[in-house]
Design a binder for this molecule. Structure first.
Ligand code: BGC
Length: 287
């Protein structure tokens, strides 16, 4: 069963209905990469619930699409699954070609696909380094470049948005927090930060907005061992002043807002959604 993202924390239906009445993204098309599980899946569903057509990009796990597609279509958008490796130029171009063929253009890109290949620094292989950089950084570059090409071509379509297009990079708290044992991952996310800001500076005059969301510890398959046992969770909460592990819905809500005109004056910014993980919690009692 695909979970209603708003049910995770028992928000009253009247406040955050599963199909928001105000479909802020109606008539827009969103590509969400790495969307068959975790944060990407939640964002794809939330975009659909806000009225967008969604291209659900995935590399594996296509069984999730059987429930995601009807759920998005129940809310008025259309949804299509598309298998592609974001680190391959021709496959990225194929995602955008499919979106334009089906829906005419693309309005929103969510650069979400990412992975970890952890190792002690002196044991990290070149293959582990390269894989993480290829998917997490080069993948975001390839998708963003294709999106900007399309946004420049289509320009502003006033009936759907006051921007020509919006890009949301799913980064991490580790774009600023160094991470021992995960040097490749932290380097990729640090790269995403300055890539995003440099694209923002260059493309803002074309009414293109690009921002990052920096999740902290969110319950997803990427970090199951950090939260799935009571002992692990106790350790993890030492790093989170707000004292709860994040839900994918926490990220999805921010993604919809960043894709909507409600955030129209926000460009080139990293938004940390981390329960305060970046606040140096170790200093709460020390220093
Ligand atoms: C990582 C998770 C980790 C979190 C906080 C994320 O970017 O993918 O594995 O739990 O950062 O450290």
């Amino acid at each position: 069963m695909v979970k209603n993202i708003y049910e995770d924390q028992n928000y009253p239906e009247a406040v955050l209905p599963s199909c928001p009445i105000d479909k802020k993204l109606k008539g827009q098309t969103a590509i969400v990469t790495g969307a068959s599980s975790g944060i990407g899946q939640s964002i794809a569903l939330a975009m659909g619930r806000a009225g967008a057509n969604v291209i659900i990009n995935y590399i594996s796990g296509d069984e999730a699409l059987k429930e995601m597609v009807p759920e998005i279509e129940r809310c008025g958008g259309k949804a299509i699954g598309f298998q592609a490796d974001v680190s391959k130029e021709d496959q990225v171009q194929a995602i955008f070609a499919k979106a334009c063929e089906e829906f005419g253009t693309v309005d929103i890109l969510v650069n979400n696909a990412g992975l970890q290949q952890d190792a002690a620094f002196d044991e990290m292989t070149l293959a582990q380094w390269q894989k993480v950089i290829d998917v997490n950084l080069t993948g975001q570059f390839l998708c963003a470049r294709e999106a900007v090409r399309e946004f420049k071509k289509s320009g502003v379509k006033k009936e759907v948005s006051c921007a020509a297009g919006k890009i949301i990079c799913v980064s991490s708290v580790h774009e600023v927090i160094p991470w021992a044992g995960h040097v490749n991952y932290a380097a990729s996310k640090g790269g995403v930060m300055l890539m995003m800001k440099s694209i923002a500076q260059e493309c803002a005059p074309f009414r293109i907005r690009i921002n990052s969301i920096c999740p902290g510890a969110i319950k997803t398959p990427i970090n199951t061992e950090a939260w799935s046992t009571p002992e692990a969770q106790k350790e993890l909460l030492k790093l989170i002043p707000y004292q709860r592990v994040g839900e994918t819905a926490d990220i999805a809500r921010v993604a919809v807002w960043l894709a909507s005109d409600d955030s129209d004056y926000i460009n080139g910014t990293s938004i940390f959604v981390d329960g305060g993980m970046c606040l140096y919690p170790g200093f709460a009692t020390g220093g």
